[in-house]
Every structure is written in structure tokens, then in C-alpha cells.
Design a protein around this ligand. Structure first.
Ligand SMILES: [Zn+2]
Ligand SMILES: [Zn+2]
Length: 376
């Protein structure tokens, strides 16, 4: 498994009977990041762990493996679960450092750096306001007992700062990556919403396949011959057999990308200019006939999500963040399929508890939570 996303909430703005507000968990070889954590996040996280324990013994999503929280924007349906969950991890004696990342505006960024108050013109859902509030409610390294970093970015110019618990802020050289991550990185992609917002991309670097030591041993190659082949040189053995280094390499690992959009109008430039994406998880708040509302509130329609996926050359699109008015996701799904027509792009709609997996070889699967296990 290269990466796996657990979608824990698929409703927009408020919970419905079947759908909860936004919150996802993305897992890779290096660790785990949470992408958004709306109201009730910790309950849904605990539920998902119970389901995994019962139905899929392999993965556990342990909290100590979570290195980062990546927020897409400050609206409460995406953030209101952060603080209680952080307190629970303190009760559980967490020790692992936690990095919290999110977008802010240039005005707020400047004010924080100068040590000034957050400008009144900043939206009520400004992340810096929430972080100050949470720090006041004990979300600090000192109170929680595990290291917490609060980092905000002015994405247009890629400036980053860290908000300390004493009210000061310091400029960082670049966006810090989750601690200990080597082959995978989280990258914000600025999007277009009523407050500063971004999508988050998990990118897993590709590379050459592993050297086949077993095959080399079977042919009784010398250390020098093995070294030559492993460095990519073709050789000829003493008995005149020509050996190609390619035959001793496992399959090359492709670079793999999964993007989770947050709230945005369609065709956000940072998404459409990507050279290719394996999986795009995109909001689909409205049906196609409500394009006017989508434009007014800076959300996307089902067809807008499909247009964005086509523009960024996505292999697979997952629709999420559905309006509470919708009975189910059949309609948005068929609208998106119509938009895609004969293009080489598949699309599915998410239900709370679903898992989106990308395997080592790059194959994609959407595991649907049925209430009693996952079906693919
Ligand atoms: Zn939302
Ligand atoms: Zn929003």
C-alpha cells in the first residue's frame, strides 16, 4: 500500500442522519496526517479504529502514528473537532509531536508577524483566531504534555509562520513537513473559497525497483558482478552469458499523488495546473442545476468537480461534501459521469467510513463502508 485515505465525514456544513461533517485521515509509509477535523472528529476516528479492528486486522491508525493535522480552511465544519481530540490525546499520554498546518490571509500573516491584533476585517472563521482561542483553552505544548506546533501559511507567496503560545509569531524558512517523513510530503494547493483555503496533496516519491538479490544468488554471481548490476551496468559472466541490469530490478515505483480538496469553487488554478493526480477527492456540495449557488458561495457542483478532475488529469475522482438537501449521492454521481463522458477518468461517491487505497504498483481501489465491513 502506497497511501490510503479514510473519509470520516462527507456532509457539508452540518451533520445529517447518515453523513457527518468533514474529517479525513491519510496514511502512508512515513506516518499519518489528518486532513480537517470537524465537529465530532474524535468519535468518528475511534469508530473507524473499531471497524478496522473487527474487519481488517492489518491497519490500526494508532494516534501515536499521527504526525500532522492539515486544515483546508477555518470553517467550523472542518475545524471544530481539533481541540477536544487534542485533549483526549493528552489524557492518553501522547508523546509524539503534532504539527498543525493551515492557510491564512496576507493581512493576518503580517499582523501576526508584527505582534499586532488580528485585523477586525478578517473573517470570523479565520484560523489564527481559532488557534489563539485553542491555545487559551490549553492547546499548548506546556498544557498538553506533547509538543504541538501551530503553523500558518500565506499560500500565494509561500510564507510560513509559527504561532507560539505566548502570543508571538516567528517567520519560518519554509513549510515544515511532518516530523520523520522521508519519502512522502504534504503540499498545500491554494483553492478558492470565502475564507483562505487550500487542498492538501500527499505525494509519494517514486523510484527504481529493488535489486533482486535472490536471482543474483541463484546465478552464483560474485560481489563485484552484483555491484555492477545493482548500479545499472550490464555485464557478461565468465562463461559468456550476457546479463542485463534491467532483469535484476523489481518494477519501478511510480510517483503517487492523492489530493483532498476542502471547500472550493471549481477549477482552482493550483489544481488544474497539476501535471497529473492519481486520486482527486473533490467537494461536490451542489447539483449541476445549482451552479449559481456554487458560484455565489464558492463551492463546486458535481459537474464542476468532474471538470476540475479532467483538467488536472486525475485518474480517479471521489465526490464528497454533499449538501444536506441531497437524499443520496446517486444524482451527483450520474451528473459527474455524464460530464466525464468517454474520458479516461473513473468516479465514485464517498460514504462516511470509506477508504481510498493506492497500491504500490499504482492501482486504485475505493472500499465502501457497508455498515458491516468494506466492499470494493
Ligand atoms: Zn465545508
Ligand atoms: Zn467552507
Amino acid at each position: 500500500m502506497r497511501m490510503e485515505l479514510h473519509i470520516l465525514g462527507t456532509s457539508s456544513a452540518r451533520p445529517t442522519g447518515k453523513r457527518q461533517v468533514s474529517g479525513s485521515i491519510i496514511q502512508c509509509e512515513d506516518g499519518i496526517a489528518v486532513i480537517d477535523a470537524g465537529e465530532g472528529f474524535q468519535t468518528r476516528y475511534a469508530d473507524q479504529r473499531k471497524r478496522l479492528k473487527t474487519h481488517d486486522k492489518g491497519s490500526t491508525l494508532r494516534a501515536s502514528r499521527i504526525n500532522a493535522v492539515c486544515l483546508t480552511h477555518g470553517h467550523l465544519d472542518h475545524t471544530w473537532g481539533v481541540l477536544p481530540w487534542m485533549h483526549t490525546m493528552a489524557l492518553d499520554k501522547r508523546e509524539t509531536p503534532l504539527l498543525v498546518l493551515g492557510p491564512t490571509s496576507p493581512e493576518v500573516f503580517d499582523a501576526l508577524l508584527k505582534g499586532e491584533a488580528i485585523p477586525e476585517s478578517a473573517p470570523t472563521a479565520e484560523l489564527a483566531r481559532q488557534i489563539r482561542g485553542w491555545q487559551g483553552l490549553g492547546a499548548t505544548t506546556e498544557s498538553l504534555g506533547y509538543p504541538v506546533r501551530w503553523v500558518l501559511g500565506d499560500l500565494a507567496v509561500d510564507r510560513w509562520l509559527e504561532m507560539a503560545s505566548d502570543g508571538t509569531a516567528s517567520l519560518l524558512e519554509s513549510m515544515p513537513q511532518p516530523e520523520g517523513w522521508k519519502k512522502n510530503r504534504m503540499q498545500p494547493l491554494a483553492t478558492h473559497h470565502t475564507v483562505p483555503s487550500c487542498a492538501w496533496m500527499l505525494e509519494s516519491k517514486g523510484g527504481v525497483g529493488k535489486f533482486n538479490r535472490l536471482k543474483a544468488a541463484e546465478l552464483r554471481l560474485t560481489d563485484d558482478q552484483k555491484a555492477q548490476l545493482s548500479m545499472g551496468h550490464d555485464i557478461t559472466t565468465d562463461d559468456g552469458t550476457a546479463l542485463s541490469s534491467d532483469d535484476f530490478r523489481g518494477e519501478e515505483r511510480p510517483t503517487t499523488r492523492m489530493v483532498v480538496s476542502g471547500d472550493t469553487s471549481e477549477m482552482a488554478e493550483s489544481l488544474t495546473t497539476l501535471s497529473g493526480v492519481d486520486v482527486l477527492v473533490h467537494e461536490s456540495t451542489f447539483l449541476a442545476d445549482a451552479q449559481q449557488w456554487a458560484d455565489e458561495f464558492l463551492h463546486s457542483t458535481s459537474t464542476g468537480a468532474a471538470r476540475t478532475a479532467l483538467a488536472c488529469n486525475a485518474r480517479h475522482l471521489v465526490l464528497t461534501h454533499f449538501s444536506a438537501r441531497l437524499k443520496d449521492a446517486e444524482l451527483p454521481l450520474s451528473e459527474a459521469k455524464n460530464e466525464i463522458e468517454e474520458h479516461d477518468l473513473s468516479v465514485t461517491a464517498a460514504v462516511d467510513g470509506d477508504r481510498i487505497k493506492i497500491s504500490d504498483s499504482g492501482s486504485i481501489s475505493h472500499l465502501v463502508w457497508t455498515g458491516d465491513g468494506w466492499s470494493s
